[in-house]
Design a protein around this ligand. Sequence first.
Ligand SMILES: [Zn+2]
Length: 261
Amino acid sequence: MKGAPIQDEVIVLRSIKLGETSRIVSCLAQRHGRVKLVARGVRQARGRWAGLLEPGNEVEAVFYAHPDRELWTLAEAGLLRAALTGGGSLDKLSYLLAAMELADRLLPEREPVEAVAGMYRRFLDHWHDEGPEGMPALFFALETALLDELGLSTDLWRCGECGRRLEEGEAAFFRPAEGDLCCRACAGGNGVWVAEQDLGLWRLLSGFLDRPEAAPALEDQQKRKIGTLLHLHMMHHLPRYRIPASLFWLKKPDEGEGEKR
Ligand SMILES: [Zn+2]
């Protein structure tokens, strides 16, 4: 039984083939959370929606919900903003796909996580406006915001053990299992030190998506450090987390030989 059609704005996260002519499209819907829609006839040469259901695209969708079935049915789709037609570099594309993959993997299905769709829209605003140099910082800002929304925020200003305020210009010890920072006196056990500059950067990236300024270009050492902290945090607390496949495209063959492209 078909219910009433539902209209919602969605961001396409992933699109996979189904049979000869159809696709399954994983979407982040503004009001419905992550949903899986079946798009029939989409792969015919001049089929409707050709090129529309690509990752990162924002789409006005009409669909039918079937509470008892795994897939809902896409009935109509209109493009609001295309991500990939903007061209851009391989770096930009990689980070876009990585961001979409994280949502596809980590968000609960059919459970609207308040503010996540808006957060992704703000990520896309930045992504469209910014050059490749800002992409790593932008992606880390997204990961930080996603952790916050999933209830895994790290207090970057307080020691998780003694509660003392961590001052600016003070290093701290990150404990992935606890997901917190410790002051020098409380540091111990499994974790990694975060130098004061890196902690300053982490604080800058926290809440960054809400701000209009461009993402800072990070040095390689900063990318590694912040990337590792967030990776460890997600590895410990999100069983479905994996490093997004598209980020492996960024590994340069000459890496480690100290040579720039
Ligand atoms: Zn302490």
